[in-house]
Design a protein around this ligand. Structure first.
Ligand SMILES: NC(=O)CC[C@H](N)C(=O)O
Length: 519
């Protein structure tokens, strides 16, 4: 068979990624050969995938997570187009894993046909290989200004005749109006593909919600396939949980007598922020994303995460007073960790003719290294050891490299080629590797060392947390939610048989265009 479904949303962060992953896990458990797909993703949170030519390429982390939900290794075709925003105006374009261009809104139009063609071809290939492909849309399908050029939402559904469900986040309010409006702003040929709705993040009495669902059915002629409850345990790989001010996940009580407090600076162009999820998976480790200097002062460990715009985010760090707070933290002998872009900021100088094109700028001066940016991007999976033999796996996505270092500086890690990676100087730690803290033994050593440096003598790392098992549990939880709360028989009919016949048109449809579409 060649089944398919598009999961669209009323807004960004409505729950498309997790619902797609949940549907993938449900089908995978049923023995269905299923794959995920997102034609175009806009995110700086990417995973490294080894392509058919053996080279490393990038896809959105959400698609790598959905691949795991399907029991598959990630594939570049699962997310053929990835836009990585370096500023509000410009994005790096990653096509089938490889960075090919940097675009602005104005130049996107010229590239769009090539991107759409690549995405359509990738989906066609996947549909030949897999029995079912679950596609995730982007933003809302009712972005009427962008509809003409769309190949991620209804443009994709039309091209591949995909039945579409629309998920809405009821916690934000206005869910009925946004469900209705999403359908009613689409043209008739798009509307016949919208089969129904899913409500996400509901807390409360289903009996009170039911009349609303009945009314929604009455005014749209479309059912709600189910209502997913607010699930507190769902936070791994969920990008919206990375908003600042929040504690990441739901940390269990400490194994020892004291908590370890970790403050992660929420850089404006943060990239691969999911790196710190592995720390947050440990009992007694409280990880908070913050932009408050006072929170850095109170933290045991400060983390400068990855950045898509190292030099610009470093300037922001100085403007906001956070750079001074980082310096004070280090001056007090407390531990600091820099990851990729955050590591690059720790050196004496950054020479960047590529990303910011600012030339040479001073770094924070906390490590005796200099960073130079190369137009070629390093994208690879990396394997090595730390602290005398603890195995570490990670991945690298960067243009900048260490161009000058002090030969006496100790590395944090050693690659399997025997070459030192990153640095440790006193309580300052840094590496270009992402994902390293998913390696359980290394994470335990690092947290123990961190607690010692911070004087948290009562903190004791739990002996046996497995991050891989925690991720697997979270995918299973998503599968459980789908099985328990959605009408899976009806969903299966949709996936198998395509858009149902006879779905009514809801006026007014798209407003007439007064100006030519911009995309
Ligand atoms: N992943 C990152 O943090 C990348 C750092 C920096 N933007 C670079 O390209 O080198």
């Amino acid at each position: 068979m060649s089944g398919g479904l598009l999961v669209a949303g009323t807004t960004s962060d409505a729950g498309k990624s997790v619902l797609t992953a949940g549907i993938c896990r449900w089908l995978h458990r049923q023995g269905v050969k299923v794959a995920p797909f997102k034609a175009q993703n806009m995110s700086n949170n990417s995973a490294v995938v080894v392509g058919p030519d053996g080279r490393g390429g990038e896809i959105g982390r959400a698609q790598a997570m959905q691949a795991a939900a399907c029991g598959l290794a990630p594939d570049l075709r699962f997310n053929p187009v990835l836009l990585k925003p370096g500023s509000d105006l410009a994005s790096q374009v990653v096509l089938l894993g490889e960075a090919v261009d940097t675009i602005t809104a104005g130049t996107f139009r010229h590239l769009r046909p090539r991107l759409a063609e690549t995405a359509y071809a990738a989906l066609a290939e996947l549909r030949e290989t897999y029995d079912v492909v679950i596609c995730e849309g982007a933003g809302s399908p009712a972005e009427i200004n962008l509809r003409a050029g769309d190949y991620v939402n209804m443009g994709l559904a039309r091209h591949a005749n995909l039945p579409t469900i629309v998920v809405g986040d009821i916690d934000r309010g206005g869910v009925f109006a946004s469900m209705f409006g999403t359908v009613a702003l689409l043209d008739p040929a798009d509307q016949v593909l919208i089969a129904g709705f899913v409500i996400n993040k509901f807390r409360g009495d289903l009996g009170l919600l039911q009349p609303g669902l009945d009314m929604l059915r009455h005014v749209t002629g479309r059912p709600t396939y189910g209502v997913l409850p607010w699930a507190l345990d769902l936070w791994l790989d969920a990008e919206d949980s990375l908003a600042y001010g929040r504690v990441l996940g739901r940390p269990a009580a400490p194994h020892g007598t004291e908590w370890l407090d970790v403050a992660v600076v929420r850089l404006p162009r943060i990239s691969n922020a999911t790196d710190v999820e592995a720390l947050a998976a440990e009992p007694g480790v409280r990880v908070r994303l913050t932009i408050e200097p006072a929170e850095l002062a109170a933290a045991d460990l400060v983390v400068l995460p990855g950045s898509k715009s190292t030099v610009a985010d470093l300037a922001w760090l100085r403007e906001t007073g956070l750079a001074d707070a980082v310096a004070a933290h280090v001056a007090a002998g407390k531990p600091l960790l820099g990851l990729c872009g955050g590591f690059q900021m720790l050196g004496r100088a950054i020479h960047d003719p590529v990303e910011s094109r600012q030339g040479s700028v001073p770094g924070l001066g906390l490590l005796p290294i200099e960073i130079t940016f190369d137009p070629r991007k390093t994208v690879r999976q990396s394997v090595g050891t730390a602290h005398g033999g603890l195995p570490v796996r990670g991945y690298e996505i960067h243009h900048g490299y260490v161009s000058r270092t002090d030969p006496t500086l100790a590395p944090l890690l050693t690659g399997d080629d025997g070459v030192g990676e990153g640095a440790v100087l006193g309580a300052v730690h840094g590496t270009h590797w992402h994902g390293a803290f998913e390696s359980d033994g290394f994470r335990r050593w690092f947290l123990t060392e961190t607690a010692r440096l911070a004087g948290r003598t009562g903190f004791q790392v739990a002996p046996a947390t497995s991050f891989a098992a925690a991720r697997e549990r979270s995918l299973d939880l998503l599968g459980d939610l789908v099985e328990e709360h959605l009408d899976t028989d009806a969903l299966w009919r949709l996936i198998e048989s395509g858009p149902p016949a006879g779905l009514p048109f809801i006026p007014p449809g798209p407003p007439p265009t007064t100006t030519p579409p911009q995309n």
